[in-house]
Design a protein around this ligand. Structure first.
Ligand SMILES: Cc1cc2nc3c(=O)[nH]c(=O)nc-3n(C[C@H](O)[C@H](O)[C@H](O)COP(=O)(O)OP(=O)(O)OC[C@H]3O[C@@H](n4cnc5c(N)ncnc54)[C@H](O)[C@@H]3O)c2cc1C
Length: 320
């Protein structure tokens, strides 16, 4: 296929793509092969969760914090070698044009194509033009600080004030990056500030020859807030569907995948309603850590919390 990738950002590209924890699990790359974890800044060994009631849960979670702009560039270089045309340009309008589409850019180009893939982020032009409604948005703020933290650990702090979310502390070359649901915590002394939404809970991915992948499709996981793997796996499904003649297979595969489970959104909505006592109670069975036995005991402890644990287990496996 003759593929054109259009990117609107130029000098701002790195800054935009650093507005992220930049974390990906090792499992993500098992699925994304032959892509490999390039531009790794830190190798992650553990997640440490701090829950109300002084519950601290340590889990082995192999993964990476990437230099995400460099990682994306390595993916784009690879695509270019495979024959993809990479152009700088901001799409400003897309209209149906016979059997295909006509894209107009800010610089006055007109591009005709048979298919349109909206991989254009949370405020997707493709979604706004051809699809109805929008994903729900979880607005977040994140800060790069000079405060040092363990370089192989991702830390999470749960509290009712984060409204279903949490505060995360990840390693950063300058110290740490600290993020939380927008407006829910004190702003730390920071070197950089990032504000962006994480779109989730949307259920329309294909309309004729147009489709959505990644944040445009609200495919991020509302339990882990992970969206890089989700978007890349969706893109892989979409591409293999397209080369086989159309987009229907993409929609079918995504809907059947563990990533599309409705359990994540239900769990997130349940977490939003829980106060610190309820959060503490829900994590009580795991005081001594996550494990098969503790998970089994927890699963038997009640219907509502069972759904929560199922969503956590799925998210740990598929969500980042
Ligand atoms: C604070 C924060 C922390 C996060 N941490 C993590 C994390 O640690 N791990 C993780 O997996 N996920 C994380 N996420 C989620 C993750 O960042 C997103 O889900 C992911 O970036 C989505 O990728 P995408 O390619 O779909 O969209 P984007 O990254 O938004 O990329 C869209 C691209 O399309 C371009 N574009 C947009 N409109 C046009 C146009 N009209 N014409 C041409 N080009 C256009 C943009 O310039 C951009 O380059 C985090 C999100 C936030 C906000």
């Amino acid at each position: 296929m003759n593929v054109l990738s259009l990117e609107k950002l130029d000098s701002n590209f790195d800054r935009y793509h650093r507005m992220c924890g930049e974390a990906m699990s090792k499992k993500a790359f098992d699925e994304l092969a032959p892509l490999a974890p390039e531009a790794v800044t830190f190798n992650i060994k553990r997640a440490v969760e701090h829950w109300p009631g002084n519950i601290v849960i340590r889990t082995e979670t192999p993964g990476y914090v990437l230099d995400r702009p460099a990682f994306i560039r390595s993916v784009l270089d690879r695509a270019k070698k495979e024959g993809c045309h990479l152009e700088k340009g901001a799409a400003t309008s897309i209209v149906k044009d016979g059997n295909g589409y006509l894209v107009r850019t800010k610089d006055g180009w007109e591009i005709r194509s048979k298919w349109i893939v909206g991989a254009d982020g949370w405020n997707s032009l493709v979604r706004r033009t051809f699809f109805e409604g929008a994903p729900r948005m979880l607005w977040t703020e994140q800060y790069v600080t000079g405060v040092q933290t363990e370089k192989d650990v991702m830390s999470f702090y749960y509290d009712q004030k984060y409204l279903g979310g949490y505060r995360w502390v990840f390693p950063h070359p300058k110290g740490s990056r600290v993020g939380f649901t927008k407006g829910t915590d004190m702003v730390p002394e920071a070197l950089e500030r990032h504000v962006r939404p994480i779109p989730y809970d949307y259920h329309s991915f294909v309309k004729g020859g147009a489709c959505l992948v990644g944040d445009s499709a609200g495919q991020a996981n509302p339990i882990t807030f992970g969206g890089i793997r989700q978007g890349m796996v969706a893109a892989k499904m979409m591409a293999s569907s397209l080369v086989n003649g159309g987009l229907d297979d993409y929609e079918r595969k995504w809907r059947r995948s563990k990533r599309a489970s409705t359990s994540y959104v239900k769990a997130f909505d349940a977490l939003k309603l829980m106060d610190n006592d309820a959060l503490e109670r829900s994590m009580g069975p795991f005081r001594s850590g996550y494990g098969r036995r503790t998970m089994l005991r927890a699963m038997l402890s009640g219907k509502e919390t069972r759904k929560l644990y199922q969503a956590y287990a799925l998210a740990a496996e598929w969500g980042w």
